[in-house]
Write a protein that binds this ligand. Structure first.
Ligand code: G6P
Length: 366
């Protein structure tokens, strides 16, 4: 009801703004990076496994896609991320030493549960879930679990569940790295400290809302949008495009920026906004030349630039500057303006933000 919404117009907006609290709660009680965060038997399981297979749907699938970069980059563990509805019906090569990780807000998604059962039927017994509902089937059926503390999510388009999943997946990465001897105590302490700063960092990003509203006014009358990212932020571009599709009904597609020249560049005109996620990482210079490719075709860029990237607003380039650069945790921050962009564009178009047409919050049938 209205009381629960407080100052917010919709549950989605409220849930976007709850993210600092949701992350703080999700990390509450984490004193150190230890496998036991995931269950009493986690240490033994983490020692035994040699790879990770992530299974999920929708937004949860995109958090898995981001985690792959962490799991391979930090923990050095070969990682596969698969859409649950594909995996369950595909002939695959099972590896009993794989850690099967399901990611689910509800813990009741039929395809994800079926994919988990399929993996188990193939002899993969090491199962772990990152889940927001402690009493769910997913938690019951997995050996290990990390319960995110996003709290009830009502808006169909997932927001705070996504960022808390990322927090859980980052902890999983660190715990696996620690078990495998790939993380020093100093590094673990530094990562943990960065995680503890996330609520404050998220609040600073939420303060960018007025600037995002300015963008949303320009998106409201568009019918197509392209989202670009690279590396760890490619899944963030995918999640940004999904949010826009779900609640504004604007056709949106995400591309890894380096792939632009292999097809989507043909779509670029001045009437298709190109959102670019531009963290200050090793790929920044590459990304800048991708942006030039867009500008050269008259495309209009909307860039989420990190504090220290020196990308400036100019004709055809609209920049929102992120308050700080956040290293490996950057996806948790860059996704927030994209959530707000979808939200405010939907408001401007007058769509039913919390209950978009044809979609359900939890898909418990196939
Ligand atoms: C539905 C929801 C999405 C969600 C997906 C997976 O499609 O509309 O927001 O990401 O299911 O749900 P889960 O509960 O498994 O994360």
């Amino acid at each position: 009801g209205a009381a629960e919404l407080g100052p917010y117009r919709h549950y989605m907006q409220k849930e976007i703004f709850e993210q600092p609290r949701a992350i703080a709660d999700t990390l509450e009680g984490v004193q150190a990076i230890v496998p036991e965060l995931f269950g009493d038997t986690a240490f033994k399981v983490f020692q035994e496994i040699d790879s990770v297979l992530v299974l999920a749907c929708g937004t949860s699938y995109y958090s898995g896609c981001a985690a792959k970069y962490w799991l391979e980059g930090i923990a050095k563990i070969p990682t596969q991320v698969e859409i649950a509805s594909e995996y369950r019906y595909r002939e695959s090569v099972p590896n009993p030493r794989t850690l099967v990780v399901t990611i689910s807000q509800s813990g009741e998604t039929a395809d994800t549960l079926a994919a988990l059962r399929h993996a188990r039927s193939l002899g993969m017994e090491h199962t772990l879930t990152i889940c927001n509902v402690s009493t769910s089937a997913m938690v019951r059926e997995c050996k290990l679990a990390y319960i995110t503390r996003a709290g009830a999510e009502i808006g169909v388009a997932s927001t705070k569940a996504f960022t808390t999943q990322l927090a859980g997946l980052f902890l999983l990465t660190l715990s696996l790295a620690e078990t495998k001897g790939r993380l020093t105590e100093t590094q673990a302490a530094e990562h943990l400290q960065a995680m503890r700063h996330l609520p404050a960092a998220l609040s600073a990003v939420l303060a960018l809302e007025p600037q995002v509203i300015g963008w949303a006014e320009q998106f409201a009358n568009k019918e197509n949008a392209l989202f670009l990212g690279r590396g760890l932020h490619y899944p963030i571009a995918m999640e940004g495009a999904l949010k826009l599709k779900e609640i504004t009904y604007i056709h949106a597609e995400a591309y890894a920026a380096g792939e632009l020249k292999h097809g989507p560049l043909a779509l670029v005109t001045s009437s298709m906004p190109v959102v670019t996620v531009a963290p200050n990482d090793a790929l920044l210079e590459k990304l800048k030349s991708n942006m030039q490719e867009v500008r050269a075709r008259g495309g209009v860029l909307y860039v989420l630039a990190d504090a220290d990237t020196r990308i400036e607003s100019e004709d055809g380039i609209n920049v929102i500057r992120m308050p700080e650069h956040y290293g490996p945790l950057s996806p948790l921050l860059h996704v927030v303006p994209l959530q707000l962009l979808a939200y405010h564009t939907a408001c401007a178009r007058g769509t039913d933000v919390d209950k978009p047409r044809n979609l359900a919050k939890s898909v418990t049938v196939e």
